[in-house]
Design a binder for this molecule. Structure first.
Ligand SMILES: C[S@@+](CC[C@H](N)C(=O)[O-])C[C@H]1O[C@@H](n2cnc3c(N)ncnc32)[C@H](O)[C@@H]1O
Length: 103
């Protein structure tokens, strides 16, 4: 048996601490039936991936989200082999750039 957190207060506190703005892409890995996605949508994130190796929790989370679920990328995949699509980068016609120290 696995666990699930009804209200993801701890994760939201971490997001607040990081100061991530809603323009960033974000993925909830091993989401299960977590309600975190509801909070991310409510905060205006529009490039959200909810990933789990099993469809069971994802189907519940998607149903709970209702109409807003279509704006989320529901991904059934093993995190060990998943490669992000980098949708936001693709939308801007950009390519991932290497990070340079001091730039
Ligand atoms: C503890 S539960 C979900 C907890 C959820 N994040 C929450 O806060 O309520 C862990 C989840 O990780 C998923 N999981 C386990 N191994 C995984 C893997 N290799 N790739 C993706 N998801 C995985 C399980 O299917 C399960 O839904």
């Amino acid at each position: 048996m696995s666990w699930f957190q009804e209200f993801p207060g701890y994760l939201l506190a971490i997001l607040d601490e990081l100061g991530l703005d809603a323009a960033r892409s974000i993925a909830d890995v091993g989401a299960g039936e977590s309600r975190l996605v509801d909070e991310l949508v409510a905060r205006g994130f529009d490039d959200i991936t909810v990933l789990d190796i099993s469809t069971v929790g994802l189907d519940l989370a998607r149903a709970q989200l209702g109409d807003r679920a279509s704006a989320v990328s529901w991904t059934v995949h093993d995190i060990l082999t998943w490669r992000p699509a980098r949708r936001r980068l693709a939308r801007r016609g950009g390519v991932p750039l290497p990070h340079h120290r001091g730039s």
